[in-house]
Write a protein that binds this ligand. Sequence first.
Ligand code: SF4
Ligand code: SF4
Length: 209
Amino acid sequence: MKNAARVISQIAFFIIFIVLILQARMHIWLIFFGATLLAAVFLGRIYCGWICPIHTGMRPINWLAKKIGYKRLRVPRILKSRVLPWIMLGLMVIVIIMSRLARVNVPILLLILALGALLTLIFQPEVFHTYICPYGALQGLAGRIARKSYRVDKKNCDGCSICKAACEAEAIAIKNGKADIHKGVCLQCGLCEQSCPQDTISYRTDRWF
Ligand code: SF4
Ligand code: SF4
């Protein structure tokens, strides 16, 4: 049920995104993105899991690759430091400023969407979500302090790693035999909750203090 709601949300926002592109009103999407950053402080990275058109564009490729058993590369060691999203963000800001000064329209979001789709053909989705996406870097900052997020009820977790394998963001680590979710990396997609045989993962409120 939650999965169907997420698909509907992603398709609806993808259509809105395309309409805004066709109307050359991308500033509306960027304002909306800013609002989702604020929302991430309370709800986690729901933009990434439920709204992001780049993620939506990657999903059918990822689904097909899994269906036909097409093996893709895991995270290259060079990306593990997680500096690339910030470099990407810096480059993006420079391109936006320069394109404004030159009065040239550069479709940044569309280019990153194409990059996400292309990389999904080569790498597992976590490579883009966690180690490349500049929007994800910003969402991750807010997501780190999210009031609500997917959490593991540690007392019922047996450390089987099934949730870790299901996660497309590499947000789950097994520590001391128990799963642990990194809030700043979690896309709030709920795949781990659906996969856990112990039913021990849920979206719930954390105490801030
Ligand atoms: S799938 Fe469930 S039981 Fe297994 S490691 Fe994850 S949270 Fe723990
Ligand atoms: S599978 Fe779970 S931990 Fe991974 S991104 Fe989705 S909700 Fe977050």
